[in-house]
Write a protein that binds this ligand. Structure first.
Ligand code: NAI
Length: 403
């Protein structure tokens, strides 16, 4: 069979297994040639390990100097009658193959990170493969729903995140990757219930539950650290992000980092909320009215030579900030800032200038739409150099692969 990219709005409906394989390899090659992670962790649990920042962390820590063994949790789809499965499914498979070539443990646990069953499987894997303890826990979930667990009512079984402003509506453009079009949209403010639900799905509570569970299971090694990823962005994005429902959830995550830091102090460990740069991922293209900012940001940072993708951000995080230093550099609110280059004032002045002139007619020229779309396609295994997309794939050879 031939696999073509099929996009609906901002969601990819197909993924190319061999493209995913090559994309994982490219990331491995990058970290092998980058400045090394010194004194890094050896046993790492990554919750949300199959794409974006989670996958990049896993690759950086395994191949970028620390030589870590990893357990990765993700929620991905394998092959069925309709499709060969999701990109993350193949990222898990090919990451593991590459890690095993270098005699590293790479355990994939595919399941809902919010469920007790997945937690039990993780704790069992820590017992079996990590001699019972982890040195680093990375919380990198980008989820849309979280089961309430105890609810018996079918219609009330999940908290669902709603990416909306709070208080006032926001008007901005949404870009469809399906037909390369720009649509002005007005997003009405969230209800209190939507704000609360988004906080439940994307805030700090589940991160804290995971760490509590690992503490109770005696799975925390001396000096163990935990990080979770956040975004703040410049003022122009605040109405839809920081001052909206997602921002509310991220502020909750920041507060959780302080309480987790106190809990991990008992193990000489630490917890940090890590604020990253805005990047094209499966999750971020979903945020309404953020795409024009991403296009302008990519254009400016690429011109300035400061653009980083997920793997570059993660290798820099572990090699220059979290490990190998006497002190982890933090801002006044105890946040670890990886958005330092994005928020540089010259960068932001240029981004604002571009955004002031960007509209439906010129967004592909003024912004880096080509780079934006290419990164999106590459997340799903398409448009990757050295992959022969004209070659028919034998689906049988993928059906039996397991993560
Ligand atoms: P992503 O969509 O690329 O990856 C999300 C991961 O979570 C995948 O491995 C997926 O399988 C897993 N996942 C989702 N729901 C799950 C569930 N119920 N159970 C188990 N696994 C589940 O997302 P991305 O962008 O890497 O986001 C990770 C974190 O980084 C998020 O908290 C996001 O807010 C944050 N972040 C993202 C930025 C961006 O620009 N992409 C910027 C700054 C922070």
């Amino acid at each position: 069979m031939l696999i073509e990219p099929i996009i609906k709005g901002v969601v990819a409906k197909t993924a190319h297994p061999l493209g995913c394989k090559q994309a994982v390899k490219q990331q491995i090659d990058y970290v092998k040639s980058a400045p090394k992670i010194n004194n890094g962790p050896k046993r790492v649990l990554i919750i949300g390990a199959s794409s974006g920042f989670g996958l990049a962390s896993r690759i950086a820590l395994t191949f970028g100097g620390a030589q870590a063994d990893t357990i990765g949790v993700s929620f991905e789809r394998g092959p069925n009658e309709k499709s060969l499965g999701s990109a993350g499914w193949y990222n898990n498979i090919y990451f593991k193959k590459e890690a095993e070539k270098e005699h590293r443990q790479a355990i994939n646990i595919v399941g809902d990170a919010f469920s007790q069953d997945t937690r039990d499987r993780v704790i069992e894997a820590i017992e079996t493969y990590f001699e019972g303890e982890v040195d680093l826990i990375i919380y990198s979930l980008a989820a849309g729903v979280r089961p309430k667990g105890e609810s018996k009512d079918e219609s009330d079984k999940f908290w669902r995140s709603a990416i909306k402003p709070i208080g006032e509506s926001v008007t901005g453009a949404t870009i469809s990757l399906e037909n390369d079009s720009w649509t002005e949209t007005t997003i009405e403010p969230a209800t209190d219930e939507e704000t609360e639900s988004t906080l439940k799905v994307m805030g700090g509570e589940d991160w804290e539950n995971w760490i509590d569970e690992l503490i109770n299971a005696e799975s925390i090694a001396p000096g163990c650290q935990t990080i979770a990823f956040s975004y703040m962005g410049p003022k122009i994005t605040h109405p839809i992000y920081l001052d909206g429902t997602l921002g509310r959830a991220k502020i909750d995550l920041h507060q959780t980092s302080h309480s987790l830091n106190l809990k991990l102090a008992n193990f000489d460990g630490h917890a940090y909320a890590t604020v990253c740069k805005a990047l094209v991922t499966k999750a971020s293209v979903f945020i309404p009215a953020l795409s024009p900012y991403l296009l302008a940001l990519y254009k400016v940072m690429k011109n300035q030579g400061t653009h980083e993708n997920c793997i570059q951000q993660m290798q820099r995080l572990f090699s220059t900030k979290l490990y190998g230093q006497k002190l982890v550099p933090l801002d006044g609110e105890r946040l670890l800032r990886m958005d330092d280059w994005e928020l540089n004032s010259e960068t932001q002045a240029e981004v604002t200038e571009i955004l002031n002139h960007m509209d439906s007619n010129n967004f592909t020229q003024l912004g880096d739409y080509e780079g934006f779309k290419q990164e999106f396609l590459q997340l799903n295994g398409f448009d990757i150099p050295l992959v022969d997309y004209s070659k028919r794939l034998n689906s049988e050879s993928f059906i039996n692969l397991t993560p």
